[in-house]
Every structure is written in C-alpha cells, then in structure tokens.
Design a binder for this molecule. Structure first.
Ligand code: NAD
Length: 480
C-alpha cells in the first residue's frame, strides 16, 4: 500500500526564496546547455517510471482513477513526450539559417534565428489530469532551457503533493520547483516577473492570468476549455460515430477539456444516432454489471471532482425538461460522486436556447444532441459561439470535413474521431480565441518557452561595399 503524501500550502516566503534561487540559476546560464536539458528530461522520465504505484495511489485518492487509466492517460503520454524531446532537442536548438532568400548584403551576414530560453517560467496546472498537465509544460520549459516553478491544482491535492516531493528529488532543485496551494499562491506567483507563463484551466481564471501577465508584458500560453462540438452530417456512419464518441466521452467521467461536449446532428439522422448511442452504452458499459461506468471493475471509471460539481451536473440534467428530453439516464452513486453518461435530445435547433447545458461547458458525463437542418446550419451554429478547443466532424465524405474546417475556427479538428489531438505530440496543442492562445507539446512547447532572436553578423570586410550608404553618397536614387 503506497502512502498518500500530505498536501500543505507552500508558505509565501518559500515561494520568494524559490524564485530567487531559480533566478540566480538562470543568470548563471547553467540551464542553457544541451547536456543539462537532456539530463533533466531523462530524470523526469525516471521520476514517472520509478513511481507509477505512487501516482496510481495519488490519482485514486484525488479522482478515483484506476491504475491502468493512470498509466495510459497520465504517465505514458508524458514519457512519450520526453522521448520525442530527447530525440529532437539538438535539432530544435540548432540555429535556423535564413540566408537562402536574403537579399543584398544580408545574404553575406549569416542571417539566422537563434532560439534562446525566455527565462524563469511559471506553469499553473488544472486538476483533471494533474500529472500530465504540469509535466508536459515542464518538458517544454526544460527543453527550451528555462528554469520553472510549477503550481499544481489544490483540487488534486494528493497528486500535487506527490509531485512537490518528487520533482526536487529527481530534477535540479536550483532550476525546478513545485508550489502547492490555490489562488493565494497563484496570486503571489503572478506578481513576479516571468520569462513565460503557461496556464491550464478555466477561461475565467485565464483572464486573471492574462491581466497579471499584462502588467509585466509577459508572454503567455493559455490552455483553456469551452464547448467542443461534434457535427454529424446526413451521410455519417452512425454506428462508428456512436462507438468512437462514447469511448472517448467516458474518459475521466467527461471531465476532459477536449471531450465531445455537444452534438449537432442532421435532423433526419437524430433518431438513428440516439438509438446507436443507447445501444453502444448498453453494450460497452452494461448497467448493474462489472463493466458499469460507476462500477469498480471498469478500468476507466473515475469520480466527479467534488460534490459541488456533482450537484451542478445533477441540476443541468434536471433542467433539461424545459428544452429537451433525457433519453438515456446514466447510473449514479452520489455517495461516491459517480455518474454514468446521460444523453439529452434537445427540441430546438439551437436558436433561443437558455439551459446551461447548451450555454456552458458541460465538463461531465452529459451529451446534448441538437437537431440541425444540415452541415451549413451546424457551421453557422458553431461560428455564432465562442471558438472551440476542438471540433469533430463525422461524415463519410472527406470533402465535408475539409469544408467544415475551412469555414470554422477551432484549436484542432478531427475527422471521424474524438479527443485524440493531445496525444499526437508532433502537433501543436492549444486553443484559439476563447479556448486559449498559443500552443505546446513537442517542438511547439519548445518554441513557446523560447525567444526566437533574429541575428545578423555584418562582416567588417563588407565595408568596401558600404561606401554608398555613407554621406554624402547616400541619396534618394539609391533607395528607389
Ligand atoms: P481553474 O480555473 O479553477 O483552476 C486552474 C488553476 O488556476 C489552478 O491551479 C488554480 O489554483 C488556479 N487559480 C484558481 N484561482 C486563481 C486565481 N484567482 N488566480 C490565479 N490562479 C488561480 O480550472 P480547473 O477547474 O482546474 O479546470 C477546468 C477548466 O480547465 C475547464 O474549463 C477545462 O476545459 C479547462 N482545461 C483545459 C485544458 C487544456 O489543455 N486546454 C486542460 C484541462 C482543463
């Protein structure tokens, strides 16, 4: 049995000391060296690999996550990201020559982009993947040569406390540190000057972070949430759509930023889709069985974060009667904050809706299905609302998918599947507009924490070609 590490808010004076120590390390240029970056990346991988049982115990305490789920969604994706960084870092760090298209004397001046660490950076994480959502940004900071302070979420106390214990043991404690706590610690941290800030969480707190960063004109990556739509066209493969969608929606009880949030379905296929989704739920997670979504044998079963969120979700379901019908009621176990997937069929086509189910991010196991006339109506619906983090198009025609992604703005888009982009580490992961700005993972994470400095070296021997630029020779004729 692995002990759970106790979560204790980091005192504010310790934050000051940590910040000063990391700033001195950055000033020594120690974190810039490739060998230092590679060493700490490898150590981070060992930290994850050596402590799988401890992470499993912490996530079971925080979110009732199952051991296999922890390995699959928290540990291995982070190790995969580290592998990629270790393999590609020399290439990412290399200067980029820009002489090919340079003109005149710039061609001879070694024009290039030099990637430089931005400085001591701040990472603020969310609770729903409390390991992955701070370790992946940390991989990006280490890769870029930035020392970093990580503030974990107070809503995943066991995972945050474990990371606070392990990070200084495995990584250089003069370059990386972990702060435990909530808004008080976050506010103290945000008052400092940073090289870069990467924040993951709600848009509401994202605005606070952006406002604080504006005071020191600090660059930020904001990884926010919102409603990620699913567009189901008249020619979609309904069975595959239902199976793929529900297999992803059940992850973390729907508490995933890229979970399919609502479905805009061609009206003539709604009955079929609802039936296919009900059949799939009964087949994949039969109620009252050992595969039930609220049962303990199911490998991915997890709880709702806390009773406040559980009650919020219950209220959302209860309010459905006004604008739709609950067509599939998920099993519940309020005493353990467990809730299966609920399907709601809405009456309207998206006009004039008022229930929070269609106006706010669900962030739980509920899927509203909204009938629409056609794909163009779905595009209009999406474009009239805040820009989503992810958009999913289910259609037998790739042309339909390409048309939708051409006419809509979203952080990412997938044809005939769901929630996969965070695992595709060669792609940038991030939102746009209300779902965030900037991106990370792999090379894009490295770039987020790197300043791309334009460098030119004007050779002294080029002086012979410079005569014309000096007075009295320089004149209008020459610039024309
Ligand atoms: P949250 O906004 O409540 O908290 C996020 C972080 O902000 C926590 O570390 C918290 O301590 C800190 N915080 C809280 N109040 C603060 C304040 N006043 N000043 C500064 N920091 C403060 O978000 P959450 O509930 O942890 O996460 C849920 C949201 O995050 C959802 O909207 C979800 O979609 C989004 N999310 C996005 C991603 C992504 O990668 N885009 C990933 C996970 C979650």
């Amino acid at each position: 049995m692995t002990d759970i590490v106790k979560h204790v808010d980091t005192p504010l004076n310790e934050i000051d000391e940590l910040y000063d120590r990391l700033s001195a390390t950055f000033a020594s240029h120690k974190t810039h060296a490739l060998a230092f970056r590679l060493y700490n990346l490898k150590q981070l991988a060992y930290m994850l690999q050596d402590n799988v049982p401890a992470f499993q115990a912490a996530l079971a305490a925080d979110l009732q996550k199952k051991p296999f789920d922890v390995e699959l969604t928290e540990v291995w994706p982070a190790i995969g990201d580290i592998d990629l960084a270790i393999k590609r870092l020399p290439e990412w760090m290399a200067d980029e020559s820009k002489s090919k298209d340079a003109t005149g004397s710039f061609k001879l001046a070694r024009p290039r982009v030099v990637k430089q660490p931005k400085g001591v950076s701040l990472i603020i994480g969310a609770w729903n993947f409390p390991v992955l959502l701070v370790v992946c940004p940390l991989i990006a900071a280490i890769s870029a040569g930035c020392p970093a302070i990580i503030k974990g979420s107070e809503h995943s106390p066991a995972s945050s406390a474990l990371l606070a214990q392990l990070i200084p043991k495995y990584l250089d404690p003069d370059a990386y540190g972990f702060v435990m706590g909530g808004p008080e610690q976050a506010t103290a941290l945000l008052q400092k000057r940073w090289g870069h800030i990467l924040y993951t969480g709600s848009g509401q707190v994202g605005k606070i972070v952006a406002t604080a960063a504006a005071q020191t004109l600090t660059s930020t990556t904001l990884e926010l949430g919102g409603k990620s739509p699913v567009i189901v066209s008249a020619d979609a493969d309904i069975t595959i759509t239902a199976r793929r969608m529900l297999s992803m929606k059940q992850l973390n009880a729907g508490q995933v930023c890229v979970a399919p949030d609502y479905v805009l379905c061609a009206k003539e296929r709604v009955d079929e889709l609802v039936k296919a989704m009900k059949d799939t739920l009964d087949e994949f997670y039969p109620p009252n069985s050992d595969r039930s979504l609220i049962g303990d044998s199911f490998d991915f079963a997890s709880g709702i974060r806390n009773s406040r969120d559980y009650e919020r979700l219950v209220k959302v379901i209860e309010a459905v009667d006004e604008e739709g019908k609950l067509v599939y009621r998920g099993e519940t176990d309020p005493s353990r904050l467990r809730m299966g997937i609920n399907l709601v069929r809405l009456n309207h086509n998206g006009d004039g809706e008022t229930t929070t189910l269609v106006t706010e991010e669900t962030f739980g196991p509920i899927i509203p299905i909204i009938p629409v006339d056609d794909v163009d109506a779905a595009i209009r619906y999406v474009n009239a609302r805040p820009t989503p983090l992810a958009l999913y198009v289910c259609s037998s025609s790739r042309k339909v998918f390409l048309d939708v992604i051409n006419k809509t703005i979203s952080g990412s888009a997938i044809w005939n599947d769901f929630s996969m982009t965070p695992l595709a580490t060669t792609l940038p992961f991030g939102g746009v507009g209300e779902s965030g700005w900037g991106s990370y993972h792999g090379f894009y994470g490295f770039l987020a924490f790197s300043h791309q400095k334009a460098v030119i070296e004007m050779p002294l021997w080029l002086e012979m070609a410079q005569k014309a630029r000096y007075a009295p020779n320089f004149n209008k004729k020459m610039v024309r």
